[in-house]
Write a protein that binds this ligand. Structure first.
Ligand code: AHR
Length: 543
């Protein structure tokens, strides 16, 4: 009787175990079936490589280096006697890092600094010590001047974009500076240049005529600025014989808008209307535009690190305004310059946060997180989509200031997430835009909705098809299915950049938290599939 009972209870236990196991299997299957589509979103992209658009000018990857905080001093210049390895005073580690991202041009010496810069203070053996009233009121040793800037450009392989002083300077001073830099004739200024170590004329690829002349550059009205612009455009000449052919002329860039409000649309109207009727005696090739991502209001109050998803989505929402701003000013330019001879030059852009606690507020020191890398990718994609008009841009600023590529602390150097994105985008330099169609989907947080993905495609100079896809969503991965027309694909490989958190950073001690990792796609016929991590930037080439 007892053994029968034991047998029955064993049987019941067995049935119960089987039931619970099956239940577990069924539940697991249900979870897999319904949960996976929630975790990975599908996005269809299509590219027809037989269609092509304008060239994506490599100059959109330009940099901006102002005499501000540790942007120049410590960031680039340590002096020839420094223990930090250097070549004629310029840091070797920084030069090597910048060469790797193929910096096309560097805008210098400012910014607001440019409209108070007197070039003679920065040449010759005795340098005047002056002040930098805009940025912390510190003294300016002028040890980094014209020759050091040109040497730096030579070392990194970039072109000079020189902003002349239209605020406290004169056309005479600016004209002399250009003669000093560029003439091949044996003038007194050329002899002085030779005596200072450079007999051959320098090349100046781009000339900025003033900076934010509606504000820190002298609070000018459009009419006042226009009369100055005409004078500078006429008299500040480039004499370098090698720049007198049509291949390498110096391009002159006028001050343009700083936003989308009426005072700036009126500014663009005024300059472009005058341009339409310009005579032989003055000309411009570019109109500058400045647009920072600062959050809701000025002064910037968002933290550059130690934030969460709410700040992440807000900053990205604000940065996407770049598209509207470009559309707005391009439409005005199209009215007066339908042939798009004048480039829109976005020569100050990037994220501007509250200064890091404990730093000098005048030095504009901020951290650089994965968010900044994603923000950079979204802006570069906007520029690429407007490549017919936006032919140059300069992120602010190159080293240790605002959305920097590089941060230094004495002998230490670290490459930021923004640097990594610029490096991943190198194949897009001077590539040919190829339209890509996709339905971006939506990413929503805290009542803010953004397109979940962004993408561009281009044919590189070497003939390969390059594709960039940004997954903005920090919570869900994206399964990209790419249909290709006009070519056969065998494989797609490249790199993807992500990190554990939206505000992950690289530090001097842990420099590899936000660095690209290899990624490859699966190929089936003319379809490629690629799984993108949440909050990631991915660049692949299709073979
Ligand atoms: O990049 C910092 C400053 O921002 C520049 O000097 C000025 O042009 C702009 O307002």
């Amino acid at each position: 009787m007892i053994s029968k009972l034991a047998h029955t209870s064993q049987f019941i236990l067995h049935v119960f175990t089987l039931f619970t196991r099956s239940l577990f299997v069924i539940l697991t299957l249900l979870v897999i079936t319904f949960a996976i589509p929630v975790l990975a979103q599908n996005v269809q992209l299509s590219v027809d490589v037989t269609k092509s658009g304008p060239k994506i000018d490599r100059n959109i990857f330009g940099q901006f280096a102002e005499h501000l905080g540790h942007g120049i001093y410590e960031g680039i210049w340590v002096g020839p006697d420094s223990k930090i390895p250097n070549t004629r005073g310029i840091r070797n580690d920084v030069v090597a890092a910048l060469k790797a991202i193929r910096v096309p041009n560097v805008r210098w010496p400012g910014g607001c600094f440019a409209d108070e810069y007197h070039w003679r203070n920065g040449i010759g053996p005795q340098r005047a010590v002056t002040l930098n009233p805009n940025w912390g009121g510190v003294s300016e040793p002028n040890t980094f001047g014209t020759h050091e800037f040109m040497d730096f450009l030579d070392q990194i392989g970039a072109d000079a974009y020189v902003s002349v002083n239209l605020g406290t300077g004169t056309p005479h001073e600016a004209a002399d500076w250009m003669e000093y830099m560029t003439t091949g004739q044996p003038t007194t200024l050329a002899k002085e240049r030779a005596a200072n170590g450079h007999p051959a004329p320098y090349k100046v690829g781009y000339l900025g005529i003033g900076n934010e002349s509606w504000d820190c550059g002298g609070n000018m009205t459009p009419d006042y600025y226009l009369s100055q612009l005409k004078i500078y455009s006429r008299f500040v000449r480039n004499f370098n014989p090698e720049q007198h052919d049509k291949q390498q002329p110096m391009l002159k860039i006028a001050v343009g808008p700083g936003g989308g409000e009426p005072r700036w649309t009126e500014w663009t109207e005024a300059i472009m209307q005058a341009y339409q009727h310009h005579t032989w005696s003055w000309d411009i090739d570019g109109l500058s535009m400045h647009s920072y991502t600062v959050g809701e209001h000025w002064p910037p109050s968002y933290k550059s690190v130690g934030f969460g998803e709410t700040e992440y989505i807000q900053m990205l929402k604000f940065t996407l305004n770049m598209e509207d701003l470009i559309n707005k000013h391009s439409a005005i330019m199209d009215k007066y310059d339908p042939q798009k001879k004048v480039a829109l030059v976005v020569d100050e852009w990037g994220a501007w946060y509250a200064p890091l606690p404990g730093s000098n507020p005048g030095f504009l020191v901020q951290q650089n997180t994965l968010l900044d890398g994603i923000l950079a990718a979204l802006n570069l994609n906007i520029f690429a989509r407007h490549a017919d008009r936006v032919r140059m841009a300069n992120i602010a600023q190159m080293i240790n200031v605002l959305q920097a590529m590089i941060m230094t602390d004495k002998e230490k150097m670290v490459l930021t997430p923004t640097y990594q994105v610029f490096k991943m985008y190198v194949p897009f330099q001077d590539s040919t835009f190829v339209p890509v169609k996709f339905d971006a989907g939506t990413y929503t947080h805290d009542n803010v909705s953004l397109p979940r993905v962004d993408a561009i495609a281009a044919k590189g100079r070497e003939g390969k098809l390059w594709l960039e896809v940004t997954n903005v969503d920090p919570n869900q991965s994206v399964e990209v299915e790419l249909s290709l027309a006009g070519t056969n694909a065998k494989s797609a490989t490249g790199e993807t950049l992500t990190a554990p958190k939206v505000d992950s950073i690289n530090t001097f001690d842990e420099p590899n938290t936000v660095v690209p990792k290899p990624i490859s796609a699966k190929v089936q016929g003319s379809k490629l599939t690629l799984k993108l991590d949440p909050k990631s930037v991915t660049v692949v080439s299709v073979e």
